[in-house]
Design a protein around this ligand. Sequence first.
Ligand code: FES
Length: 143
Amino acid sequence: MPGTPLSSSARLSRRTALRGVAVAGTVGLGLTACSPEDGGSAAAPSVPVDLGSAEDVPKGGAKLYNDENVVVSRAEDGTYKAFSTVCTHAGCPIRMLKGTELTCNCHGSKFDATTGKVLHEPATVPLTELKAKAEGGKLIVSP
Ligand code: FES
C-alpha cells in the first residue's frame, strides 16, 4: 500500500541490502584501484624499442627498463630474453628486480625474469614474452 511505513524487519532487510551494495562497490573499487599514481596502469612496447647498449644486461642477470615496462635477462651463453613487466594479475607495472626475481608492489606477485614464470601468487599467468636481440651493440626489444 503506498505511503505505508515499512516494518522494522522490512527496513532492516532494505538497510542490509544497501550495505551489501556498498560493500560490493568497495570491493569492486579495491580490485580496480591501480592507477598511474600508485604504480598501476602500464603498457608494454607495441613497436620495436632500442634499449641502448646490449652490454648493460649482465650475463647471468637481468635489467629492468621501467620507462618501457620491460625486463631483459641474459644467459651465460649470451642469449637475451625479454618480458613485459605489466603484471598479469591486475596490470600494475612491476618496479622491483632483485637478481632475476621481479616483485609487483601492488599485491606481491613474484616472477622469474629469465622465464617469465610466476614464483608467487596472486598472479597465476606468466609474463608476456617479447623478442629480444642485440644488433650492432644495441639491444632491441619488440612485441
Ligand atoms: S597487479 Fe596484483 S600483484 Fe601485480
